[in-house]
Design a protein around this ligand. Sequence first.
Ligand code: IVH
Length: 704
Amino acid sequence: MYGTEQIQKLQKSTLSFLQQTGEQNSVVPVNELEQLRDLLRFHEYRYYVLNDPLISDAEYDSLYKLLQRTEQLYPDQVSPDSPTQRVGSSLNQQFITVQHLVPMLSLDNSYNAEDLIDFDRKARELSNLDLIEYCIEPKFDGASISLIYENDRLVRAATRGDGVEGEDITTNIKQIKSIPLTAAFSSYGIRQIEIRGEIIMSKQAFHGYNAQLVAQGQSPLANPRNAASGSLRMKDPREVAQRNLDAFLYHISYYIRDEGTTLTHQNKPTLLDTHSGSLQLLWEMGFRSPQKEKKVVRGIDEVIEYCLAFEKIRDDLGYEIDGMVVKVNDIALQEKLGMTSHHPRWAIAFKFKARQATTRLRAIEFQVGRTGAVTPVAKLDPVYLGGVTVSSISVHNEDYIKEKDLNIGDAVLIERAGDVIPQIVKSLPELRDGTEQEILFPKQCPVCKSQLFKEEGEAVWRCINIECEAQVVEKIIHFVSKDAMDIKSFGEANVRKFYELGFLKDIPGIYRLPYEQIGVLDGFGKKSLENLQNAILVSKQQPLYRLIYGLGIRFVGETTAKTLANAVENVLDFTTKTEEELLLLEDVGIKVAKSIQHFFQNEQNIQMLGELKELGLQLHNEKKEVLAAGALTGKTFLFTGTLAKLKRSEAEAMAEEQGGVIVSGVSAKLNYLVVGEDAGSKLEKAKKINTIKIITEDEFLSLF
Ligand code: IVH
């Protein structure tokens, strides 16, 4: 995209600007602003698209700051496509639904050479050709997006959604530095263009991100695809910027040319006539397209050869791919072949096989879950399998072990299909040497030693001692988890630690933690303790369905918990509900009804709910009072502590705009106390008044 001469020029200008950054608070003259912006765009391209920076990170930062300072001095000179404008405002974004210019179809899949041969035969029959030219490229494993550029500017980015409509995520996409905010499509006479691609997280960024999650006591994500797609819908674009996302652009779905524009290559073939040409055009415009990874071949035999060869090197790439995409190269022929209602007839995905490995089964560990189910987990010699090291795999239950003919000491074949959890495919009895041992299922709970039971027709052995330590801990872990009470910064590791130290022995204990003792533990600074304390405090206001789900009643998932919450005024109403009444509820069958009754007829459970009520949790069904426009009318707000995302004045203005009233002190008249960092006496006072809703900044934002 940049010629040698141009690069030399840009390097010279880099040096000259860098000299100007030496002085503190230096700025550049207004007439050099655009030159400085171009320079930063060039260095972003070198770094993010080519992976080949010409200056150090520190030098880039000082140039960026020079631009930022100058733009601050001349605010009317800031252009929307300036590199400084990637970072959006931190406000809570709403993602509005938008329509794609062309529906985003998915691809038909093929799994072997025969499927590809079949695809080629159909395409040749439909087009009356003996030989078709194909372009092959990786199938990136991420989240698909569509970008629209108008008059050379990125004006909209959207998720795939249902293929017809997606969500507008422009602000978040602008945080991804390998996506240019401007691209010189007008030099091709193109006024508007829609481009498709995939947002990915590199393997390196993914490992870094997971390490961060684990350090914060959260669960790591299963794969880079989930990490990428989850990141796209984050409410705060600054967080997106920190995720180190990347993008491959692989398809031009639509474009309009300027009327009367003479194309550079008029009457001659243009890049837009072929798919490989489109990839090159995108590359020249500064996008990361699979320009280097693609291959143009003639006939399906060469397609098969390239797909199989690429499969062999997939683990060497810096990002995940789950197959190859084979596309008819000639765009006119693509149009002729057209599409079915689901997918184009001119392209097909070639899906890679599940990754397999052999290793040895060394032992079986029996784990007790929160419902008392005892799950056997196979401990394996660690083996590297498609990006992760696998050393243990759940083998579900006794029947499964028999079915797979597993013994301790067996060589086993394991596989990971795409992103899913690894599985044992089979044992390899032909490799046995007689030292293998049968797997014996325990008759007693491995944790509390009480006798295990198996219900008729079930494959699972259970510990039915509800005081069993393992179950208690798992129940607490479930209660604080994201989909239940969502007590941030608690997490599995902390539950286990507090339990072992005797700080926590049941669910109500979460609300009676001895913070003074926790504060002296390693890894608990003032800040993390405060975060934990605040998170526990605000969880008291969680809606009833979260509490019901958090109780871990057997067969009551999130959806049923919502149904149940809507069916009562107070959770204790379930103590008097008959089976018939429960069966009238949606999705409640006999199994679920019995389980609910069983839970609410248990003395210990009722006592626990009583304790939770005394500790200030909501047992009654408070219909959400907010959300509707102007719905905060008359509600009183007070802010305390330092807010992380909003200025105090901004937050107050937001509340007032919706009819809220700002008050100056804590009293029984206060409806919402919004708590920021280092909140002090106001928070203490508010805790004593039951009717005040104590909420975090994020929860405040979610009111809008
Ligand atoms: S072409 C009409 N090319 O795979 C053409 N898709 O199952 C549309 N994908 O939704 C897609 N890499 O998210 C195409 N090189 C590639 C791709 C690719 C990944 C994804 C894309 C699409 C899905 C289809």
